[in-house]
Design a binder for this molecule. Structure first.
Ligand SMILES: [Zn+2]
Length: 256
């Protein structure tokens, strides 16, 4: 069986992160949107389909065999039905399933080396990634903390949630790593939302928070005039500076 319920395997920090990100006042998700995950002993603990982030308990998460999920992700002959079969929790009285977006998390862990993943649909970000010029708006940072905390995002044009989206996210992360020497901390999903990748709950929350601020800053800047973006390469250099690496480690819960 590739998915099982095991409330004892669900870290308290994952439930707490989910509750914080699900707070309606933060406008990151509505109703049952969004999902969070972390790796535990080589397996993925991910939010179950249909569960609300703002009411999450350990019972709202399931444990997914990452290797089995990664096989579906990388098998070109796999179908959406194969994914549906993988995500089902056999014999579960509550009929729980792993989120349809589980493969996004598997891609972030496998291709991006993430230990924690948070996927949300913030209104400000969904609006900007739904524009025809959405990708262009994120090609350079607007302010220093965007460069340091978020860095260069990877972009994935709209894909149907499920197998197609998981494959596209895995491809985008791998291409980003090839081009810039490391995986992104933020993946923007066209007409959909964002994925934050990190080493800790604190880091994915910091990346999410700063990405939303970056979206709002663009809305304000374009509403008033013509934004002057920072130089993208300069943003990379700033993010790589030793003092900024140390500062970023503080957001990540002390991990360098
Ligand atoms: Zn989503």
């Amino acid at each position: 069986m590739s998915v099982r319920a095991d409330r004892a395997a669900v870290p308290g920090a994952l439930v707490e992160l989910t509750l914080r990100l699900g707070d309606p006042a933060r406008d990151l998700v509505s109703l049952a949107e969004g999902n969070t995950s972390t790796t535990v002993d080589g397996q993925l603990v991910v939010k179950a389909s249909g569960a609300r982030m703002d009411r999450a308990t350990a019972d709202d998460f399931v444990v997914v065999d990452i290797d089995a999920a990664a096989r579906v992700l990388s098998d070109p002959r796999a179908t959406q039905d194969d994914l549906s079969a993988l995500l089902a929790l056999a014999g579960d009285p509550r009929g729980r399933r792993a989120s349809i977006e589980t493969l996004v998390h598997v891609a972030a862990v496998h291709a991006g080396g993430a230990a924690w993943v948070a996927h949300t649909h913030p209104t400000a970000v969904v609006g900007l990634v739904s524009l025809a010029e959405g990708e262009r708006l994120w090609q350079a940072p607007l302010f220093p903390d965007e460069a340091v905390v978020v860095g260069r995002p990877a972009w994935v044009g709209y894909q149907e949630p499920g197998l197609a989206l998981g494959r596209a996210v895995a491809r985008a992360i791998a291409e980003h790593a090839d081009r810039y020497g490391g995986p992104p901390r933020l993946v923007l999903l066209g007409n959909h939302g964002l994925v934050a990748l990190g080493r800790s709950a604190e880091e994915v929350e910091a990346v999410t928070t700063m990405a939303v601020k970056a979206a709002r800053a663009r809305v304000v800047a374009y509403a008033v005039g013509t934004p002057r973006y920072l130089d993208a390469a300069g943003g990379d250099a700033l993010a790589a500076r030793a003092d900024e690496v140390a500062r970023r480690a503080l957001f990540a819960g002390g991990q360098l």
